[in-house]
Design a protein around this ligand. Structure first.
Ligand SMILES: [Mn+2]
Length: 323
């Protein structure tokens, strides 16, 4: 349950204002897009103006989300009266959309990251919620607005992608009840799961095979590490999106306690993704380098060369594991 006072304040703002820019986070995932689009559907159904702003085009796998075609890039955004950040732990998560938040007359946050310190005027942050979509579900209910079919597709997507299909430790009875209610009302979960998990580009499967066959075990097998360069990506004709999920495959190896996946970016930096099996707090490691996330899943950008990036992360993870 969200804090009732914050919820009340947020609802008052949503009811009284007439136009909203909904901001999602960089490297958009199912939760930020699902939460943003569910808010968009509710607000426009109330006769209000709204836009969902995303740093990059909606990833291919999330194009089935209702109104995904209405999502705009920051340079095409109008910039409305009130900015609502969804699933964004801090303002660095907006990147190119930062000016929209800064220019908005009023600001709101709807989030579930415990690291979120509440950088808006109204902050609805529920760390116990599995996903931002779980918080949005509560908001819609509290406002007596309907969870229609399109809304349930969005909310279900955010909940299942943030909870590993209702199996990660952040899964709550509450979010399972929400899913049950949406399922009862006719939600086609089979179709959505096919869209998210069973529609893989050929290039992605080949790329994953390459990366995983080159992964290494360190620290007596407790750390699994895989790397990927731009040249390797190009040789498979793969996109950034095709790299999603590799770190989870590394984590799933039997002996691995912490998984590391390092991917070279086109700007020469390295994106480090971390996963842990509940024995180490990888969010703490990411935080040290200006990144973010949760104890079990986190990431950051390294500006060091690959060899230094690898050495640093292996040292930090080993320290975290020994604590
Ligand atoms: Mn989330």
């Amino acid at each position: 349950m969200c804090d009732p006072d914050s919820l009340k304040e947020l609802i008052e703002g949503l009811n009284s204002m007439s136009s909203f820019s909904i901001l999602t986070h960089v490297s958009p995932d199912g939760d930020t897009l699902g939460a943003g689009l569910a808010m968009y559907i509710m607000l426009t159904s109330m006769g209000k103006k709204a836009e969902v702003v995303c740093e990059e085009p909606v990833p291919h796998i999330y194009c089935y989300l209702p109104h995904s075609k209405d999502v705009v890039l920051p340079e095409n955004a109008v910039g409305y009266e009130c900015a609502i950040a969804v699933d964004c732990a801090d303002m660095q998560r907006f990147k190119k959309a930062e000016h929209i938040f800064a220019a908005a007359k009023h600001t709101m946050v709807i989030d579930h990251h415990f690291t979120n310190r509440g950088y808006a005027e109204v902050n609805l942050i529920c760390p116990e919620a599995s996903a931002a979509c779980e918080v949005v579900f509560e908001v819609i209910k509290a406002m007596d607005r309907p969870i229609d079919y399109a809304t349930s597709v969005c909310l279900y997507t955010g909940i299942v992608t943030d909870t590993g299909n209702l199996t990660y430790s952040n899964t709550t009875p509450e979010c399972i009840r929400m899913v049950a209610e949406m399922y009862e009302n006719g939600l086609n979960i089979t179709e959505i799961n096919r869209n998210i998990y069973r529609t893989v580009p050929f290039a992605k499967t080949r790329l994953q095979g390459h990366v995983l066959s080159n992964m290494k075990l360190e620290n007596g097998g407790r750390i699994g590490i895989a790397t990927l360069t731009v040249a390797e990506m190009d040789s498979y004709g793969a996109t950034n999106e095709d790299c999603e999920g590799i770190v989870d495959n590394v984590r799933d190896v039997e002996s691995v306690r912490v998984a590391v996946f390092i991917r070279e970016g086109r700007d020469g930096t390295f994106k480090v993704s971390l996963r842990s099996k509940e024995c180490a707090d990888v969010g703490r490691i990411a935080g040290k380098y200006g990144g973010g996330g949760h104890a079990a899943a986190a990431g950051y950008t390294s500006h060091e060369p690959l060899s230094t990036t690898i050495a640093n992360v292996l040292r930090d993870v080993a320290q975290e594991l020994d604590q």
